[in-house]
Design a protein around this ligand. Structure first.
Ligand SMILES: [Zn+2]
Ligand SMILES: [Zn+2]
Length: 50
């Protein structure tokens, strides 16, 4: 049984769309167990911090 990745949104997190490059910042986090922000039909990925 594979471990399922859950997405938790935190305030200030930045998500990037891998298709069009849209960036979204979380201003008001939610308490969902697994909720993705979808753009261009794909779930947006967290932006990597350097
Ligand atoms: Zn997009
Ligand atoms: Zn949510």
């Amino acid at each position: 049984m594979a471990t399922k990745k859950t997405i938790k949104h935190k305030k200030g997190n930045v998500y990037v769309c891998g298709v069009c490059g849209l960036e979204v910042k979380v201003n008001n986090p939610c308490d969902c167990d697994d909720c993705g922000i979808v753009c261009c039909g794909q779930v947006m990925k967290p932006k990597k911090k350097k």
